[in-house]
Write a protein that binds this ligand. Structure first.
Ligand SMILES: Cc1ncc(COP(=O)(O)O)c(C=O)c1O
Length: 666
């Protein structure tokens, strides 16, 4: 007898150990739990938090922020550098900065600054808006780094910061920025703090590999770098060059590439140092990756190293180069974004329905008169076993084609065509079930498997909440938040509620034997089914768009507190956008729309087509939806369709209904 399914089986199936960094686990009730500080003593039952939030009238989908995870990530990175610096007897210090473009939300930045205060952890900006935010938020002890293309007003803002005693370093991205900075500095009478971004030859890996290399749109090539220091020295500003910067791209999956880049960057630093430019900081940019798929490999959605290995690699490599070149060891700066913020946020959506390929709303029983092609399909289904999967699949495809040709030529009844189609999907599903036992799985079967998955209709928009999944095929861990003591028997794909066929997720980190499908539980009538989308904290929140006018999500900020029931309290609820909000953002004013509707209703009332009271009710109904959350209300949906009774053909013929009486020509 098969062993009963356990929560350990679920943990293994969803590879929690691989991606969760021990922040998430499963409790004995089969619910997902979070350990915000990675300590086993404090666990928050996420399913219970969701129930709590819903009881307070907050609707799904909801983005949960576990602020303590954020705190923990900042502390961990800084402590890792502290330890590596101590272990390697490195002479410089670590001054990290958080690039706010990765998640600009004010509460996120505040939490990071709070956690980073003991380490003088600073901020990085790349645009006017970001600069205004970081200038106000960041203190004088930590670094404020300004990257990206700049105009004169940005240079002036940076110098304003310097005037206020802040360490604002302007990183020169292209030669023409030097003139702008020197002009502003002269006019304002402020000596700038200057960084130079070097365009490294070492190219990153993965999707952002073009952030470095000759064709990168950022940074100074070696001749431009030499030109820049010459210009600055000639202007008497050589001593203002404080930092050398490089960035080879986000989510660098291979540690060897990172070490190569650091070696090259450190070498450039050393050569400039020998030219008597007293650069204090070596800024290694972002790139510290997140193991989204939990495979610990150098594929795009993973990393073949841990944050600790990254930190040690940086400290050791820089030290070695400085030793060889006999130059002082610089303070190390990194601009890690996703590794700091990815884990703290979790999107929870409810699955509101299932669509199955080949689902039939009518019964199609075997009959004596059915065509031979139907009988052959039945035999293929009966004889299917783990050893003949490919053969059975090819037979089924061939018979389905035959049936289609016969139907076109008029040799097959619609009922028999329906039976062939239905049997085809039954065969495909049987093949899917046998896959784990199969020795070899051909590519055409893998393609087919993607089409037989149950499609779970989920209450969210890929375009708003997972832009990287839609645009670049980024994988995110996704799993149910409850029923984890129960075997998930459905191989699934997820579809969102936008009216766009792209609005779906079909590829999940997983074993080839499930064809990359997501195992889920069958939905139960009138019972919610919550899915968690994990590691959502980096880039997703502000890069999403309002495609189909699905707006920003409700957000709930959760803090751990051992004294509170459940070990947590909800500090803040940020309301998601209403229908009126998103309409306004595309220039529809609610008052105008309501007036237009009222005018149309008035015409019908005047014509006597509808009664005045009915008109008022209709307008109220229209107006009420303006204040709704843009997502659907699962309580107002039918979750699972009941199968309809047997097909008309198999039923006794019904008495013909009376034809409608033709209108009296008189
Ligand atoms: C200049 C710069 N710094 C830092 C980062 C953040 O990178 P990550 O999120 O990989 O740490 C980026 C992102 O691409 C960047 O362009």
């Amino acid at each position: 007898m098969a062993k009963p399914w356990t929560t350990e089986d679920s943990a293994k199936l969803y590879n929690l150990d691989g991606w969760s960094l021990k922040y998430f686990d499963i409790n004995a009730e089969g619910n997902l739990i979070v350990h915000p500080q990675r300590s086993a003593e404090l666990a928050i039952d996420v399913k219970k938090v969701v129930d709590d939030v819903i009881a307070r009238g907050i609707k799904l989908p909801v983005l949960f922020r576990f602020q303590d995870i954020l705190h923990h990530r900042v502390k961990l990175l800084n402590e890792s550098f502290r330890k590596a610096i101590e272990d390697h007897k490195y002479k410089g210090r670590y001054f990290g900065v958080y690039p706010i473009k990765v998640n600009q939300l004010c509460e996120v930045v505040e939490e990071i600054l709070d956690a980073g205060a003991p380490y003088q952890y600073g901020l990085e900006a790349g645009s006017k808006g970001e600069l205004l935010a970081v200038l106000a938020m960041n203190g004088p002890e930590s670094l404020t780094i300004l990257n990206g293309y700049k105009d004169e007003s940005m240079m002036r803002l940076a110098l304003l910061g310097v005037k206020l005693g802040k360490k604002v370093i302007v990183v020169i991205e292209k030669p023409s920025e030097i003139g702008l900075l020197l002009k502003a500095s002269k006019e304002m009478g402020v000596r700038p703090l200057i960084g130079l971004r070097s365009k490294l030859q070492t190219q990153g890996t993965g999707r952002w590999k073009y952030s470095a290399g000759h064709t990168s749109k950022f940074g100074l090539s070696s001749p431009e770098l030499l030109g820049a220091v010459a210009t600055l020295a000639a202007a008497g500003m050589g001593d203002c060059v404080k930092l050398l910067h490089f960035h080879i791209g986000s989510q660098v999956s291979d540690i060897q590439v990172i070490k190569d880049a650091v070696k090259e960057g450190a070498r450039v630093y050393a050569k400039l140092r020998k030219k008597k430019f007293d650069i204090e900081y070596l800024d290694c940019g972002g790139g510290l990756g997140v193991d989204y798929d939990g495979t610990h490999t150098a594929v795009d959605s993973s990393t073949n190293y841990t944050p600790r290995e990254y930190v040690n690699g940086l400290v050791y490599t820089i030290k070695e180069v400085c030793k060889q070149e006999k130059v002082p060891e610089p303070h190390i700066v990194t601009e890690s974004g996703r590794s700091i913020v990815a884990h703290h946020s979790l999107m929870v959506v409810d699955a509101v329905g299932i669509m199955e390929s080949g689902a039939t709303p009518v019964e199609l029983p075997q009959t004596e008169t059915e065509a031979e092609v139907v009988t052959e399909m039945r035999i293929t289904l009966q004889e299917l076993n783990p050893k003949n999967l490919a053969e059975s699949y090819h037979d089924a495809v061939q018979r389905r084609e035959e049936a289609f040709s016969m139907f076109k030529l008029g040799y097959l009844e619609l009922e028999d065509k329906a039976k062939v189609e239905n049997l085809f999907w039954l065969i495909c599903r049987e093949i899917d079930k046998h896959l784990p036992k199969a020795k070899y799985i051909s590519e055409d079967i893998l393609d087919m498997i993607k089409t037989v998955r149950a499609q779970y209709l989920c209450n969210f928009s890929v375009f708003q909440s997972l832009p990287d999944s839609w645009a670049i095929g980024q994988l995110f861990p996704i799993m149910p938040l409850h029923r984890l003591q129960e075997e998930p028997t459905q191989r699934s794909a997820l579809v969102d509620i936008t009216c766009d066929s792209d609005g779906k997720i079909v590829q999940f980190a997983g074993h080839r034997k499930t064809g990359g499908a997501l195992p889920l539980h069958p939905l139960r009538n009138n019972e919610p089914y919550y899915l968690g989308f994990f590691l959502m904290g980096a880039y997703q929140a502000t890069m999403g768009d309002i495609h189909n006018l699905f707006g920003r999500l409700n957000e709930v900020h959760v803090f751990e507190d051992a004294d509170e029931p459940g070990g947590y309290y909800l500090e803040e609820v940020v309301q998601g956008q209403t229908v009126k909000d998103v309409l306004t953002s595309v220039q529809y004013l609610d008052a105008e729309l309501i007036k237009m509707m009222k005018d149309q209703i008035d015409v019908l009332v005047k014509a006597g087509t509808i009664k005045p009271r009915e008109g008022v009710e209709l307008l109220d109904q229209y107006e009420a939806v303006m204040g709704h959350y843009t997502y659907i209300d699962r309580n107002a949906m039918r979750v699972i369709e009941e199968p309809l009774p047997a097909a008309e053909k198999d039923k006794p013929a019904a008495a013909p209904t009376a034809a409608p009486t033709p209108p009296n020509p008189a």
